[in-house]
Design a protein around this ligand. Structure first.
Ligand code: OXD
Ligand code: MN
Length: 599
């Protein structure tokens, strides 16, 4: 069948024999009725949207209020990343490491070939050429995703740069990531997200959830790319990138790693409070989820490989993140949110205080908010083009990336971690990142609110042995003289009633301000066993409703809690065995030893 199909293809696609044989092989296994190449052309995308509307896969929303926007509902059993079914398939189990599921590549290919066999019968197979990063940038990399889902095609069009131009850029090169996706029957039992870093390949089957199927995102830009980055001397990280412009008019750049659904999008799009705006502070967004970071002249430069935002909808509102909300007002796709039947728009918990009365919940059932049930799924999402974002950085398309002043780690910790601290140096910063912990969220299946160690927020995304990953971080610091300073933040400390102490959102600029001043040697700090902390008076709380006492509380290092923390890190480190770099073992000892003296 494939010979016939190829005869119908535009000639330029036939130029690259590697590409041809990849598509051929996938078609032979999945046996689609038809193959369609995605050119990126507007007419093609529009007609695909029409097909998706006719099958119910997408619901067109109000053209006046939400032009060119759609609602998509996933299968009920398919609403988040499935870490338990996500595999790194490399030849040696040790190379996947203790934090990844591992499968032997031969075994994985043979099992998956069985599941993919005939999975696209009666369907069209779409071939999406895409670039992670601006097309042609030396930072960028090309992928080809094969899929039988129009939702995937339209979402990839938002999240990446797709189409003919990418194929032209690829030329006859064999350097592309081979992504093979089929929703198959959306059967949970046969759902697999498998990565073959040694082959530049990803096979994803029986899911339609963004994080599992938009293969450019987590699968390529983090899992495969982290492996490539280690071999090639750069870094692929789960980080937002923002620019902070100070009253002096100079913009500094910060990258920050927080686990999924801990506010990366909110921090990346922060709007400073009035007083700060008046002084001339401004935040611009380079990225909200992924940073590809390369050393140059001893500095680190970061680029966002994505072209859109795949953000968590609940809690996004005109106050918490007006920029994200504005980004979703056209050319966007919403997944698993509430449908307002009166005006054909969408709603989610935390959007405003007026849930629609005539509405359908994320499952498509008639929904009455008064019965107390949630209308949107807690992991419901928007997929919005970056160009829509009012505060998108002028450097967003810069093919060289932006030079980083600081790297921030953070997570949700009701206790223990203070509002902010600075690591003693790069090596100590790597220690801080390696020990990062956060209470789990709805972004992945499993229990919510459980504390887990999530090093550099990469636990679910590191494509190789995490011990080697720590070593790679250390090496980057050794080889580059002007690496960013490393900090840790925690916006989520609660009081005895469980209420957040720090206001967060726009007021987080008060902390970023201290961070930048520290980078430039302009702010004071006190030395504690865990790093440098601001004194309460070093954080500007003008116009804030927080007492000095409360601020003092979130800026203290509790001796007992940190003793427990150190013991828990020791436990966490055990799983890396002799892959744990000696430097980090020493860092832990240093932390343990500093306690009796300083506290
Ligand atoms: C995401 C995630 O969707 O981390 O960004 O799960
Ligand atoms: Mn993420």
């Amino acid at each position: 069948i494939t010979e016939f199909i190829f005869n119908c293809l535009p000639w330029r696609y036939c130029m690259n024999s590697n590409l041809q044989s990849f598509v051929n092989n996938c078609a032979e296994i999945a046996k689609p009725d038809k193959i369609e190449w995605i050119t990126g052309n507007g007419d093609q995308l529009e007609s695909l949207a029409k097909i998706a509307m006719s099958t119910g896969e997408m619901i067109k929303l109000n053209e006046e209020l939400l032009p060119n926007c759609y609602l998509h509902r996933s299968a009920l059993n398919d609403v988040a990343r499935v870490e338990g079914r996500t595999y790194i398939c490399c030849r040696k189990e040790e190379d996947a490491g203790p934090t990844n599921n591992w499968m032997d590549p031969e075994k994985a290919y043979s099992m998956l070939t069985g599941i993919f066999d005939g999975a696209m019968k009666g369907r069209t197979m779409y071939v999406i050429p895409y670039s992670m990063g601006p097309i042609g940038s030396p930072f960028s990399k090309i992928g080809i995703e094969i899929t039988d889902s129009i939702y995937v095609v339209l979402s990839m069009n938002i999240m990446t740069r797709i189409g003919d131009e990418v194929v032209r850029q690829l030329g006859d090169s064999n350097d592309f990531v081979r992504g093979f996706h089929s929703k198959a029957e959306l059967n949970e039992e046969n759902r697999y997200i498998c990565h073959f870093p040694e082959d530049n390949a990803i096979w994803s089957v029986n899911s339609g959830y963004g994080g599992n199927v938009l293969l450019g995102k987590k699968c390529f830009a983090l899992r495969i790319a982290s492996y490539q980055a280690r071999n090639e001397g750069w870094m692929a990280e789960h980080m937002l990138i923002l620019g902070i412009t100070k009253p002096d008019g100079i913009t500094r750049y910060i990258a920050a790693a927080f686990p999924s659904a801990c506010g990366k999008t909110n921090l990346a799009m922060l709007i400073p409070p009035e007083g700060y705006l008046a002084k001339g502070y401004k935040i611009t967004t380079v990225g909200d989820d992924i940073a590809w970071i390369r050393p140059k002249d001893g500095y680190l430069y970061a680029l966002n490989p994505e072209n859109g935002f795949f953000g968590v909808a609940p809690g996004t509102n005109a106050k918490s993140n007006p920029n994200a909300l504005a980004s979703t007002r056209k050319n966007s796709i919403f997944t698993n949110v509430v449908l307002n039947k009166d005006n054909n728009t969408v709603w989610w918990e935390g959007m405003d205080k007026n849930p629609p009365v005539n509405a359908e919940n994320w499952k498509g059932e008639k929904w009455d908010y008064r019965d107390g049930s949630k209308g949107a799924h807690p992991n419901s999402r928007f997929t919005a083009p970056a160009v829509n974002c009012p505060c998108i950085s002028p450097e967003f398309e810069n093919p060289e990336g932006v030079r980083l002043s600081a790297i921030i780690f953070g997570g949700r910790r009701a206790r223990t971690a203070p509002l902010v601290y600075q690591s003693f140096d790069w090596e100590n910063g790597v220690f801080v990142g390696s020990a990062m912990a956060s209470e789990t969220t709805a972004a992945a299946t499993g229990a919510v609110g459980v504390l887990r160690r999530d090093p550099m927020a990469m636990l679910p995304f590191c494509g190789y042995n995490m011990g080697d990953y720590f070593a790679h971080w250390l090496e980057i610091g050794r080889k580059n003289k002007n690496v960013p300073k490393i900090f840790n933040v925690n916006w989520f400390r609660t009081d005895n009633e469980g209420k957040f102490i720090w206001p967060g959102f726009g007021d987080n600029i008060r902390v970023l301000d201290w961070i930048i001043d520290r980078c430039e040697g302009k702010a004071d700090a006190i030395e504690t066993p865990i790093g440098y902390l601001p004194r309460p008076e070093d954080i500007n709380i003008e116009g804030l409703d927080i007492s000095q006492e409360a601020l003092r509380e979130i800026l203290t290092v509790d001796k007992e809690m940190w003793r427990k923390e150190a013991a828990d890190i020791r436990e966490h480190y055990k799983k890396f065995g002799d892959k744990l770099p000696q430097e980090l073992a020493t860092q832990l000892e240093n932390l343990e030893n500093r306690h009796p003296h300083v506290l």
